[in-house]
Design a protein around this ligand. Structure first.
Ligand code: ADP
Ligand code: MG
Ligand code: ZN
Length: 217
């Protein structure tokens, strides 16, 4: 049997998988770094698949993209259950699994990633570590905790030029997910970050239900 099916190599030892988390605020280069690692894996002739959540709950093939216009083919999935289905169809051949915008998946992604790493897979996860209120974002903190390696990137603060760890929401929109981020969010350092700009504190602190993409239609 193929070693990637059993998760064991030729001498019968368990193949050791690996979890790598790439995190930081918007514009910090998470997608760019994910794309770079996926491309290098393909150069090494490893079989690579990539996923991202579909925030509009559609299901189609597309790509992940960085703000610097680099892209990599990816499958868009509505939730973790759909990601699992799509992945398990091709799992024996797959060696490297990329997941972009992982903050939008629910906590069950943590269990799935745990399963995959025990099968010897390398899982590359990119996602925001904090929301626009500066709070930990969805499953990313838990994924960081179980990972082998965390790369925390910073962006450039649009106000002062310092390294930015925060995502500043501009304007008064209360939608959790605003498609087309340009002009809606910008990177800010700790000193320039204004989490409660244009909204009452109690409203901004809520994490809306729209975040929960776990519902299986
Ligand atoms: P992320 O996935 O973390 O949102 P991307 O990989 O999509 O980031 O984009 C990173 C690119 O965004 C940078 O290489 C740069 O070209 C561009 N960029 C735009 N605004 C900023 C900023 N404030 N700080 C750093 N890079 C920025
Ligand atoms: Mg990105
Ligand atoms: Zn600043």
């Amino acid at each position: 049997m193929n070693s990637s099916v059993t998760g064991r190599n030729e001498v019968g030892r368990s193949e050791v998988g690996r979890i790598e988390v790439i995190t930081g605020p918007m514009f910090s280069g998470k997608s760019e770094e994910l794309i770079r690692r996926l491309k290098r894996a393909r150069i090494a002739r490893q079989r690579v698949v990539c996923f991202k959540p579909d925030i509009d709950l559609r299901y189609h093939r597309t790509a992940i993209a960085s703000h610097s216009a680099q892209t990599h083919e990816a499958m868009t999935v509505a939730n973790v259950a759909r990601l699992r289905e799509a992945l398990y169809e091709q799992l024996p051949e797959v060696e490297v699994i990329g997941i972009d915008e992982a903050q939008f998946f629910d906590e069950s992604i943590v269990h799935l990633v745990g399963e995959l790493v025990h099968m010897g897979k390398r899982i590359l996860i990119a996602g925001l570590d904090t929301t626009f209120t500066g709070d930990p974002f969805g499953p990313i903190p838990a994924l960081m905790a179980i990972s082998d390696e965390v790369t925390k990137l910073s962006a450039v603060c649009i106000v002062c030029g310092a390294p930015a760890i925060h995502t500043q929401r501009l304007g008064a929109s209360r939608e959790l997910v605003v498609v087309g981020a340009a002009g809606v969010y910008e990177a800010r350092c700790r000193a320039c970050f204004r989490p409660y700009l244009n909204a009452p504190e109690n409203e901004q602190m809520e994490l809306p239900d729209a975040l929960d993409l776990s519902v299986t239609p």
